[in-house]
Write a protein that binds this ligand. Structure first.
Ligand SMILES: Nc1nc2c(ncn2[C@@H]2O[C@H](COP(=O)(O)OP(=O)(O)OP(=O)(O)O)[C@@H](O)[C@H]2O)c(=O)[nH]1
Length: 389
C-alpha cells in the first residue's frame, strides 16, 4: 500500500465490487435464532419486482447509530435477509459491520482536510459533498442488487447536521427516494433523555428532521437496556405527566420547554415510536414491522412527489446533455459528433472533482501511488465505467 495518498477521492465503482457484504461475525443462523421470532414477511429477500426499502439512520452524536446499524445488519442476516449496507461517515475509525459501500474507500477524509485546509467538521462536510457528486454510481449499484436485498441500511456521519442540513444530504436523500421507498430512523439516546428539557431538545430535532426530509419517520428510542423508554412514551401521550416532570425544573428553559411541548403535540400523535437496544437487539422485530408500515406510507403519500422529482431530474439531465452536445458541435465546427454521445458525457461534474486538488499531470503518476492501492480497482462500474478519480 502506498503511503502517500494525494488523491482525496476515488471512484465508488472501483471499490464496491470487491466488498462482498458478507455476514458479520455471529450473524448467521436460522431465522429467529437467538430467541427472537422472525417478523413475517419482513425478512425475506426482495422478490421479483419488489424494491428494497432504504433505511436512513440519523441521530445525534453518540446516540448509537453505528451500533444500531451493526445490530440490525446482524439481525437481518439471522433472518436470511442480508441488507445492503452503506457507510456515509468519512471520519469513523472503524466500521463494525460489513459495508457494501464505504465512503472511506472513495473519499480520503484526511487528505480532503489537508488539501482544502479544513478542520474536522469542514472535512466531513466536504467529503460528503464530494461523495454526493458521485452518488449516481451508488444508485446504479443498489439498482443492480435490488433483487438480492430487502433493505438498504445507511449509516450517517456523527454530526447530524452534516447530513440533515447540507446540500449533499438532500441530494442523497432525494436520489434514494426517487428510486426506492425510504424511511428515516431517528436514533435517540433514551438514557440521556430522562431529563425533560433534554428530551424536548431531542424531540424538536426529530421534528425538524421529519419536516426537512419529508419521509416516513420512526423514532428508535435506543439504549433501553439502560433505561426503559416507557417514561418517554408516557410524556408523549400524557401532557400532564410531562408538565409534572417539568415542574421539578426551575430553570428559565423549562418555561420554553412547556410551551414547546404544546407545539409538538401533533407531531407526537402521528409518530412511530419503538424502544430498541442496539446492544442486546431487543425491539428490532417491532422496528421491522414499523418499517413495513413506513414503506407502505411512502408508497401511499410520498412516492408520487418523488416520481415527479425524478422525471424533472431526468428531463434536466437530458437537456444538459443536449446543451453540452450543442456546445461541442459549435466548438468543433465541421466535425460530426452526432454519433458519439460519449464525447458529450466526458465533461460531467465528476471531472471537475477529479481535477480539484489533483492536477491532470499529477493524476496519472498518482493513480499508481494512491491511497486506495490496496483496493481492487478491477471492478467494473455498472455502466462499464471505472477507475479512480
Ligand atoms: N448500553 C448501550 N450502549 C449503547 C447502545 N447503543 C450504542 N451504545 C453505546 O453508545 C456509544 C456510542 O455508540 P455509537 O454506535 O458509536 O454511536 P453513533 O451515534 O454512531 O456515534 P457517532 O458516530 O459519534 O455519531 C458506544 O459506546 C456504544 O457502545 C445500546 O443500545 N445500549
Amino acid at each position: 500500500m502506498a503511503a502517500t495518498a494525494q488523491a482525496p477521492v476515488a471512484d465508488p465503482a472501483s471499490v464496491e465490487e470487491q466488498r462482498g457484504g458478507g455476514p458479520p461475525a455471529g450473524a448467521g443462523g436460522a431465522p429467529g435464532e437467538g430467541g427472537r421470532p422472525p417478523v413475517e414477511g419482513a425478512g425475506a429477500p426482495a422478490e421479483g419486482g419488489q424494491e428494497p426499502v432504504c433505511l436512513i439512520v440519523l441521530g445525534m452524536a453518540g446516540s448509537g447509530k453505528t451500533t444500531f446499524v451493526q445490530r440490525l445488519t446482524a439481525h437481518l442476516h439471522s433472518l436470511k435477509a442480508p441488507p445492503y449496507v452503506i457507510n456515509l461517515d468519512p471520519a469513523v475509525h472503524e466500521v463494525p459491520f460489513p459495508a457494501n459501500i464505504d465512503i472511506r474507500d472513495t473519499v480520503n477524509y484526511k487528505e480532503v482536510m489537508k488539501q482544502y485546509r479544513l478542520g474536522p467538521n469542514g472535512g466531513i462536510v466536504t467529503s460528503l459533498n464530494l461523495f454526493a457528486t458521485r452518488f449516481d454510481q451508488v444508485m446504479q449499484f443498489i439498482e443492480k442488487k435490488r433483487q438480492n436485498h430487502r433493505y438498504v441500511l445507511i449509516d450517517t456521519p456523527g454530526q447530524i447536521e452534516v447530513f440533515t442540513w447540507s446540500a449533499s444530504g438532500t441530494i442523497i436523500t432525494e436520489a434514494l427516494a426517487s428510486s426506492f421507498p425510504c424511511v428515516v430512523i431517528y436514533v435517540m439516546d433514551t438514557s440521556r433523555s430522562v431529563n425533560p428539557v433534554t428530551f424536548m431538545s431531542n424531540m424538536l430535532y426529530a421534528c425538524s428532521i421529519l419536516y426537512k426530509t419529508r419521509l416516513p419517520f420512526i423514532l428508535a428510542m435506543n439504549k433501553t437496556d439502560i433505561v426503559d423508554h416507557s417514561f418517554a412514551v408516557e410524556w408523549m401521550q400524557d401532557f400532564e405527566s410531562f408538565q409534572d416532570a417539568l415542574n421539578q425544573e426551575t430553570s428559565y428553559v423549562s418555561n420554553l420547554t412547556r410551551s414547546m411541548s404544546l407545539v409538538l403535540d401533533e407531531f407526537y400523535s402521528s409518530l412511530r415510536v419503538v424502544g430498541v437496544s442496539a446492544v442486546t437487539g431487543s425491539g428490532l422485530d417491532e422496528l421491522l414491522l414499523q418499517v413495513q408500515d413506513g414503506a407502505a406510507e411512502f408508497d401511499r403519500d410520498y412516492r408520487p412527489e418523488y416520481q415527479r422529482l425524478r422525471t424533472q431530474l431526468m428531463e434536466a439531465q437530458s437537456r444538459k446533455q443536449q446543451e453540452q452536445l450543442e456546445r461541442l458541435r459549435r466548438d468543433l465546427g465541421a466535425v460530426d459528433v452526432s454519433g458519439s454521445p460519449d464525447v458529450a458525457m466526458a465533461a460531467g461534474p465528476s471531472d471537475l472533482i477529479m481535477n480539484r486538488g489533483n492536477p491532470p499531470e499529477e493524476e496519472e503518476e498518482e493513480q499508481e501511488d494512491s491511497d486506495t492501492d490496496d483496493i481492487d480497482h478491477n471492478g467494473e462500474a455498472p455502466g462499464g465505467g471505472g477507475g479512480a478519480l
